[in-house]
Every structure is written in structure tokens, then in C-alpha cells.
Design a protein around this ligand. Sequence first.
Ligand SMILES: Nc1ncnc2c1ncn2[C@@H]1O[C@H](COP(=O)(O)OP(=O)(O)OP(=O)(O)O)[C@@H](O)[C@H]1O
Length: 408
Amino acid sequence: MSKIEIRNLYLIFGKEKHKAEKMLKEGKTKEEILKVTGCTVAVKDANLSINEGEIFVIMGLSGSGKSTLLRCINRLIRPTSGEIIINDTDISKASKQQLLQIRRKELAMVFQHFGLLPHRSVLHNIAFGLELQGVEKEEREKKAMECMQQVGLKGYENQMVGQLSGGMQQRVGLARALANNPEVLLMDEAFSALDPLIRVQMQDELLTLQSKMKKTIIFITHDLNEAIKLGDRIAIMKDGEIVQTGTSEEILTEPANAYVERFVENVDRSKIITASSIMADKPLVARLKKEGPEVLIRKMRERNLTVLPVVDAGNILVGEVRLNDLLKLRKEQIRSIDTVVRHEVHSVLSDTILEDILPLMTRTNSPIWVVNENREFQGVVPLSSLIIEVTGKNKEEINEIIQNAIEL
Ligand SMILES: Nc1ncnc2c1ncn2[C@@H]1O[C@H](COP(=O)(O)OP(=O)(O)OP(=O)(O)O)[C@@H](O)[C@H]1O
């Protein structure tokens, strides 16, 4: 379900913005517009539909318009034209009163440089927004303590914020944003000022937190790896325009234009490509209660297979069956395969090749069966397709991957 709808959004900085907008719609370039009107086109005809509960990343190089777009969403800047619908209200046209209400209840922002009160305690900073809203001391401190716990700050309540490390300060920023229990979190380069290791740790923690809280998060970054790691979907901006919106996999496998292609060319695809995109989706299966050893042995020999996934009448994966076991059954003249169905190793559609599937496969030396969230059988990742995916890598790299995987 869509939580935020952005339609035909324009943001132009400068005095003659309406003249500039007209020129833009007539097809004039940003440079021509700047020359004639002195105006900067920061966002041009943005259209986005952001779903409830997703982490939506807006990514682009410096100056591409990301922050401006984000600031339009909470109306720190008023759009020149267009609509931003949040819960049926067009925030671009909201009154002061409505805005106050929306910012209080629905939106919270986490900034790159924290935006905290350095000489106040952690607790005070987190509870500050609630204090402004007139929430009673006891209640706001109770809420603040809960949020501190959520972001791993328990025990720090009385420390002065200015004495904390960057990573800890950003936890305070996050806890402060969460204190209001907003529906939407806006995060503007929130981890960009942190050391690389702390940054990765914060990304991981955000993902863990999000798996529990399921907020709608709009996350701005100029770092493609961060976008891929965090984003359920990503919008790529260039010169004020959104040039592509999609999952990381869509962006990597079907870049919309040469710009996106260049942008993504150095990404390690094997980390991204998921089970769903490389699996064979109509493989042979053994149907429990319907097919006996005789039929299955014949089918497997025809296709040169030694193992099959076993599904029940509802297409739910129940295990796997080996050719050797079927041969024994046939010898003993047993018609049902129930007794030889073994526990299987499976993956889900979104699992990635290097991080999830290869380690599984090297441990089991078996194809990986792929299921959806209801355990319905979807397909198989055979070793052959995996090899195709890792062919871009040299022998040492692949050996290392397999070695690491075996040690797991
Ligand atoms: N207050 C302002 N007045 C005039 N021009 C501005 C203003 N703020 C931003 N711009 C211009 O708007 C364009 C988009 O800027 P914006 O800050 O949104 O980009 P960004 O992608 O967030 O970049 P960064 O990552 O460097 O912050 C740039 O050309 C910038 O110079």
C-alpha cells in the first residue's frame, strides 16, 4: 500500500521560479534557465510512490537534488508545483496547523550532522521533542528510555551528548526521531559522517530495528553500496530528475540508461543477484502420495538427476528424495516414498548468491530448492547456474568463497 505519493513535483530556487518552470516545461535546459532567470532547478517532475513499511532509498551524486526532494516531503521547503500526498493530505498545500500536526505525528527526520543539543544529556535530547509538545515529564522520560533501549543506548541516559562518539550521537538522533513514534522516518545521509566500520554497524542495526518496527523510511545516500544494502527500492536521481526507480536487482540487471549503467558497473553483482533470478522455475518434482519409486526413477534417469524436491498436494516443499533410496524401495517392492523423504536444504526467493546460496550449496553439495514465504515450492538453483554467476571472478576468489563457506 502506498504511504507517500509524489506527483509532478518541481522545486526551483530563485526569485523568478514560475518563469523558470515555464521555460523548463518548454524544454529549456537548466543552464539556459539559470542564465536567463538566475534560478536553479533542483527537482524536476519527480514522481514516486513509496510503500508503507519499506525502506526507500533516494540516491544520486552531490547536487542531484536528493536533499531538496526530502525537504519538500516534510515541507522544510515548499515545492514550486506538484503534489506530495501523505495519508490523504497534500503536504505541499497544507496549512500551518496541518503541517504542525503532520510533523508531530507522522514524520521525523534524522540528519547527517545529528542536529543535537551537545551540552544536554542523552535523555534530555531524546525527550526534547516530546517536551515541546507538552508531554508530561514522567511520560516523556519513559518513552525516551524505551527508545534508548531500542537503539542500544541503555545506560547512557545521563551522559552529555557532546562527549559521545559520532556513532553514539547518531543513535541519539535516531532515538529522538523514534520517540514520537512517527509513521515515516526521513533519514538524510544519516550515516555518511560516520567511520566506515561504525557506518556498517549502524546500517545493520537499522535493518534489525526495521524488521521489528516496519516504519516507512526514506533514506538519502550518495553511496550505491549503502543504497543496495538498505533499500527495498531505490530511486536514482541525476540533475534533479529521477532517472530510475526499482529494486537493486532491477537497477543492476536492467539499468534504464547509460548513466545508471555507468553508475552500477563496479558493483559486485553476485552479492545482489537473488535466488529468484537464477533459479530454474519448472524443475522436476516428486509429488508425495501421487508418485511412487517406479515413476520417479524413470523420470530421474531420463533427466540424469540423482535428487528431487518432494512437494505435497498444495505445492508445499516437504523434503527431498534420492535416487539410491528409490532404488532400494523398488527392490523391496514398497510403493510409497514417504519413508525415504529426507530433510532438505532450501532458500527463499530473496537470498543472494554469494552470501546465502553458495555457502549452503558447498556445505550440502546439492542443488538448493527455493520456496516463497509460505514454503510453496518455487524452483531450484542448480550448481551450473551458480557457476555462470561466479565466472566473472578469478579462481582464487571463487576458491576463497568456497573455502569460507565450507568453514561456516
Ligand atoms: N537554498 C538553495 N538555494 C539555491 N540553490 C540551492 C539551494 N539548496 C540547494 N540548491 C541547489 O539545488 C541543487 C540540488 O541540491 P541538493 O542539496 O538537493 O542536492 P543533493 O543531491 O542533496 O546534494 P548533496 O548530497 O551535496 O547535499 C544543487 O544544484 C544545489 O546547488
